[in-house]
Design a protein around this ligand. Structure first.
Ligand code: CP
Length: 306
């Protein structure tokens, strides 16, 4: 079985069959990760470059681990110390990568559309590791894998994404993926942090956590982007925490267990209380573990397309 596309640029428009194929393949790789020797040979002889033009901890380490577990040769690139700092254009960087016969490119960039641009100018498979406010497809895939493990199916699962939806590529990829898989998706946050017309993506909008909590199974809590505070989109962190911070007291009102997710990095006691982040309903570290298996699946399946 192969994916329909030879790049992973986003989950918008990806079919249910392709998402299911990635999640099923990730389950097999998860089993590999539990073996004493966690290495398999499918990408032996392939070279992968990780192009990170923006900071990352989880995604960068997770991709590198996934690549090494599949026996690929790995090259890491970050903006500092590269010729981008000397003014080299993205197109020239891409052409140089091409000249070095790289097989796959994993790219994170602050501008939306960079992975799409690269996919048009290089022959390598391109994987989006987060582009601006647009998409972060492997994050949504690992989120879906984590939920599928817990609930067996995503069909009919009630998931609310809470916080700064406006600036979140994680929210967009989750909305595309989860709605395709048949989940009921809602978003909750202050009006200033919810994009206009988001209902057109098939989600319900709430502005009070108290209104949505009784009706959901899962809360996917987003990082409040502290750098946005100065732009006046919310008055203070204390006020944000009071109305949209997810706490034990608020979720206990549901009278049924609610699964807590967070893509990281967490601002503890701002968008999510520390006791919930570390508590029994949190699957945050399972998300991180599943990230390696999902990225192995994506790299393996895209490798089959060559
Ligand atoms: N979830 C996520 O993308 O984290 P990083 O920014 O650390 O990669």
């Amino acid at each position: 079985m192969k994916l329909q596309n030879r790049h992973l640029l986003g989950l918008e428009g990806m079919s249910k069959d392709d998402i299911t194929l990635i999640l099923d393949t990730a389950e097999s790789f998860k089993e590999v990760l539990e073996r004493p020797i966690k290495k398999v040979p499918p990408l032996q002889g392939k070279t992968i470059v990780n192009l990170f033009f923006e900071n990352s901890t989880r995604t960068r380490i997770s991709f590198e681990l996934a690549e090494r577990r599949l026996s690929a040769d790995v090259v890491n690139f970050t903006t500092s110390g590269s010729s981008v700092a000397k003014g080299e254009t993205l197109k020239d960087t891409a052409r140089n990568i091409e000249a070095m016969k790289i097989d796959m490119v994993v790219v994170r960039h602050s501008s939306a559309g960079v992975p799409h641009f690269l996919s048009r100018v290089v022959k390598a498979n391109v994987i989006n590791a987060g582009d601006g406010l647009h998409e972060h497809p492997t994050q949504a895939l690992l989120d879906m894998m984590t939920l599928r493990q817990k609930y067996k199916t995503l069909e009919g699962l009630r998931v609310c994404i809470v916080g700064d939806i406006l600036h979140s590529r994680v929210a967009r990829s989750n909305i595309f993926g989860l709605t395709t898989m048949g989940a009921e998706v809602s978003v909750c946050g202050p009006a200033t942090l919810i994009p206009r017309y988001i209902e057109r993506l098939g989600v319900r909008v709430y502005h009070r956590l108290e209104d949505v909590i009784p009706h959901i199974d899962v809360l996917n809590v987003l990082r409040i982007q502290l750098e946005r505070q100065k732009s006046g989109l919310f008055p203070s962190l204390r006020e944000f925490h009071r109305y949209f911070g997810v706490t034990k007291e608020k979720i206990e009102k549901a009278q049924h267990p609610i699964t807590i997710m967070h893509p990281g990095p967490i601002n503890r006691d701002v968008e999510l209380s520390a006791d919930l982040a570390d508590g029994p309903h949190s699957v945050i570290l399972e998300q991180v573990t599943n990230g390696v298996a999902v990225r192995m699946a994506v790299l393996y399946l895209l490798g089959l397309s060559n």
